[in-house]
Design a protein around this ligand. Structure first.
Ligand SMILES: Nc1nc2c(c(=O)[nH]1)N[C@H]1C(S)=C(S)[C@@H](COP(=O)(O)OP(=O)(O)OC[C@H]3O[C@@H](n4cnc5c(=O)[nH]c(N)nc54)[C@H](O)[C@@H]3O)O[C@H]1N2
Ligand SMILES: Nc1nc2c(c(=O)[nH]1)N[C@H]1C(S)=C(S)[C@@H](COP(=O)(O)OP(=O)(O)OC[C@H]3O[C@@H](n4cnc5c(=O)[nH]c(N)nc54)[C@H](O)[C@@H]3O)O[C@H]1N2
Ligand code: SF4
Ligand SMILES: [Mo]
Length: 786
């Protein structure tokens, strides 16, 4: 590992600071390396990729290249602001000082503590920006509430994949081996290029998800890797794949069961590995005896010979690897889809081998501290967490509230009422996290006090908040990039403040400021540097200054850790599961009353489970494929990015479009029993005839900010069509990518603008109206009746 002391240098008139990206204008913790040039007053001049960064190697995408537009943007939140509670939805914000803002927040929190107890405060957390690490401590170690959660129905982003991994493998987040741990990368003699890579419900070029650098797929294709893409869309990568399994959305478990049928039935698996390291193969073999590719074809709409060919190619070409994406989380059958997919990788012998699927023990940085901050909630209050223990014992193993149960509590006041919402990197009505966003909107309007910390004004803040605190962009603060949120962390990246933040502060700085007032015991550090030193010292004998000099510190790595006693806390060989083996038949699922073996469950709304609804809503709707120029609801106000992708797009097959009299570029209303949404038609063979794909996260920063418009947040809000309700035993997964809908041509975006009856703020809807006519998923018992 080389050290470059010059992380901040003068270059002529300018100062050049090396840093790694995460929060805006960055994305997930991929931590691309870059140089930021400022003038001597800390004013941004330009950004360049850092060619010496081991992963990104000088490459940057449009979002970080648009950095100048972010930093100077007039809509960013530059200083703390307050607004009278009765003015929610009105643009009457008033600038205040940090002291006044902290006084207000402290007073409101203490009032709620004293009157209702800390559990009456709810912290709504957004996606994996830096805030992922700092939001739970804000809830637990500042507000002392057990109620915080990432707020998608069924927590259906990343959480499902991490717990499936934990339950079956006990080894961090399994990730494609792209030589990310090695300074020489693909040329390291220990490394082997995977022969086949399955991209399962993942679109890494656009998404760079969770810590994986998406362009590495291209690096590997250039070195000979072939692709198997399992995706209802013919994406750019799918069009270059050996096998494209263009499945009906939400039927991944059936594909996986059929692949297992082939791999086990044709004896293509790695017997030596299974004999030593796999638990439950005989039971799994019995379960998949009849799940033939022909069986799956009827369910998934993928030709049997394509499934068979992909299974054979994958199993007989060692080493090969699998990447699993968000589409596994965003289905009610996702826990089982994840189980089959990991079982396929395991029985083929691809776990933790060169060019296979890397495993890692969760690292100690940040994550352990996040858990430790639970102590400030206290045991009695912790018991009050809205985590639906009875319904979802598997979910209740984590320190989070259950989003769907939180909505029930919000609407019914049972078992107690919430009185404050705090939005932490979360713009959920816009439409991102919350499904059925109008129900949330109505519920949160009833709170005594709502506040947010964010970088931009959003529909959520304009509609619902009384106080907002300004958050700095990553080039404006010191920080720490943790790929895969510590669960498979190939490097630690130093984030070095380059640009003057004005009054904005990092999330950690805000936590510390508020924490020192409300719960100083939990916040002993005097600076963020001190805090980062303490975090790094949990694993290494050097600190944050050394990290700045490393730039990106690649962590030591070894293959086949299970042989070396590196995956279990007791140091014994094996995996950190109850049997010490990879559990393709899961004893932990069994403990939770869930089937220990994977099974297929029809989506709750589908051509087969609800044929009557299918007559009325004859298209399968999947949503949320990523774009290069936005991050969920973010960046709609950045001119260069918006000009590349100005409107929300719904992709429709040419035959389907013709049938409905829709042409490319037309305004199209997408509608089902829950709600409607207008997007612009993109007529393309990318999707099959019976499937449409609609984008999420759309609002219009240029529209009227005030209620009821709230920047046009209801017009193209695809999550109005997605139900928010509790799912199976694990409590994970929800149908964000598989519901039913109909489409028809309309005149403009305003066609979905009027507020349906349910949008009018009112008292509680009551539990009986909880599903708005959307069918509930089947119970396990009903599925297994035969
Ligand atoms: N229909 C459909 N809906 C989806 C999806 C889908 O595929 N289909 N995808 C879902 C997924 S996977 C996710 S993770 C969610 C995301 O849902 P959210 O996380 O709620 O996403 P955003 O709406 O972009 O809200 C993020 C907000 O945080 C602010 N922000 C960004 N970085 C920081 C930071 O570091 N600190 C602070 N304090 N604020 C910050 C941004 O300005 C923005 O206002 O959306 C989900 N919604
Ligand atoms: N530019 C950009 N990058 C992002 C984000 C963003 O908003 N913008 N969001 C970030 C977040 S929070 C996340 S979680 C990641 C997600 O990133 P990924 O894990 O890559 O997931 P998606 O891009 O949502 O979807 C991947 C693919 O799943 C396909 N798909 C849809 N339905 C199904 C299905 O039922 N089965 C299968 N097998 N495939 C299906 C879609 O067509 C899509 O091509 O991206 C992150 N990165
Ligand atoms: S992937 Fe793109 S947006 Fe994310 S940090 Fe790298 S350059 Fe920035
Ligand atoms: Mo996500």
């Amino acid at each position: 590992m080389t050290m470059d002391k010059e992380w901040k240098t003068e270059v002529g008139e300018l100062v050049r600071t090396r840093t790694c990206g995460w929060s805006p204008p960055g994305c997930h913790p991929v931590g691309c390396g870059m140089f930021i040039y400022t003038d001597k007053d800390g004013k941004f001049v330009k950004v360049e990729g850092d060619p010496d960064h081991p992963i990104s190697q000088g490459r940057l995408c449009p979002r970080c290249l648009a950095m100048g537009e972010f930093l100077q943007h007039p809509d960013r939140i530059k200083y703390p602001m307050k607004r009278a509670k009765e003015d929610r939805g009105k643009d009457t914000w008033e600038r205040i000082t940090w002291d006044e803002a902290l006084d207000i927040l402290e007073t409101e929190v203490r009032k709620i503590w004293d009157t209702y107890g800390p559990e009456a405060i709810f912290l709504s957390k957004g996606t994996g920006r830096e805030a992922t690490e700092y939001a739970p401590p804000m809830a637990q170690a500042v507000f002392k509430t057990p109620n915080n959660a990432f707020m998608m129905s069924g927590a259906s982003c990343y959480g499902p994949r991490t717990v499936i991994g934990d339950f079956l493998l006990g080894a961090g987040y399994p990730e494609l081996d792209y030589a990310a741990f090695f300074p020489e990368r693909y040329d390291d003699p220990r490394y082997e290029v995977p022969k086949y890579i399955i991209l399962w419900g993942k679109s890494p070029l656009q998404s760079n998800p969770d810590g994986f650098y998406g362009h590495a797929i291209i690096d590997l294709m250039k070195r000979g890797s072939k692709l198997i893409v399992i995706d209802p869309r013919l994406t750019w990568l799918a069009s270059r794949a050996e096998y494209h399994l263009q499945l009906r959305p939400g039927t991944d478990a059936a594909i996986g069961l059929a692949m297992l049928n082939v791999i086990i039935g044709e004896d293509l698996y790695d017997h030596a590995f299974c004999d030593e390291w796999v638990f439950g193969l005989d039971e799994l073999a019995e379960r998949v005896k009849n799940t033939t590719p022909e069986w799956a074809e009827g369910i998934t709409w993928v030709p049997a010979d394509v499934i068979r060919g992909a299974a054979r190619a994958f199993a007989t070409n060692a080493p090969s690897s699998i990447m699993w994406g968000l589409a596994i989380d965003t289905q009610q059958n996702g826990a089982q889809a994840g189980q089959v997919l990991l079982s396929i990788g395991a029985i083929c012998g691809y776990m933790d081998v060169p060019g296979g699927i890397t495993l890692a023990l969760p690292s100690s940085f940040l994550g352990r501290w996040t858990y430790e901050t639970m102590q400030f909630v206290g045991k009695e209050t912790e018991k009050k967490r809205i985590d639906a223990k009875e319904d979802h014992p598997a979910y209740a193993t984590g320190p989070y509230a259950h989003p769907d149960s939180v909505l029930t509590t919000l609407e019914t006041g049972e078992p107690y009422a919430f009185h404050m919402f705090y939005f932490y990197a979360s713009n959920p009505i816009s439409p991102t996290c919350y499904a059925e966003p109008e129900r949330w909107y109505n519920g949160i309007m009833k709170m005594d006090f709502n506040a947010a910390q964010d970088c931009f004004m959003t529909p959520t803040i304009m509609g619902l908040c009384d106080l907002v605190l300004p958050v700095s962009f990553f080039p404006e603060h010191d920080g720490f990039v943790l790929p895969h949120f510590g669960r498979n962390t190939h490097f630690l990246g130093a984030m070095n403040a380059a640009v003057d933040p004005g009054e904005a502060k990092s999330d950690l700085e805000i936590d510390m400021l508020v924490g020192k007032r409300l719960n100083p015991e939990a916040w002993p550090w005097d600076s963020v540097e001190e805090f980062f030193d303490a975090q790094i010292h949990t694993q290494y004998d050097w600190g944050f200054n050394e990290l700045r000099e490393y730039g990106a510190f690649q962590q030591p790595f070894e293959y086949r850790k299970y042989e070396k006693g590196m995956l279990r806390p007791d140091g014994e060989p094996g995996f950190n599961t109850p049997t010490g083996l990879i559990e393709v038949s899961s004893s932990i699922y069994d403990d939770f009353g869930e089937d220990e073996l994977p099974y297929f469950m029809e989506p709750a709304m589908s051509p087969y489970s609800t044929p009557d609804l299918y007559e009325e809503y004859p298209l399968v709707l999947t949503t949320g494929g990523r774009s290069f120029v936005s991050f969920h609801s973010e960046h709609r106000q950045i001119p260069s990015l918006r000009s590349i992708h100005p409107d929300p797009l719904v992709t429709i097959n040419p035959k389907t479009a013709e049938e409905y009299g829709i042409k490319d570029g037309d305004f199209v209303c997408i509608e089902n029993m829950l709600g409607k949404c207008v997007e612009r038609a993109r007529v393309s063979n990318e999707v099959p005839e019976r499937v449409i794909h609609a984008e999420h996260g759309w609002w219009y920063p240029e529209d009227d900010p005030e209620y009821p418009d709230l920047y046009g947040v209801w017009k193209s809000n695809i999550n109005r069509l997605i139900p928010m309700y509790k799912v199976g035993k694990t409590g994970y997964g929800a149908p964000y990518k598989n519901v039913l809908a109909k489409i028809y041509k309309v005149d403009d975006f305003d066609a979905a603008k009027e507020l349906p009856e349910s949008y009018v703020p009112r008292e509680s809807r009551g539990p009986e109206s909880m599903t708005n006519g959307a069918p509930q998923p089947m119970s396990y018992e009903a599925i297994h009746q035969d």
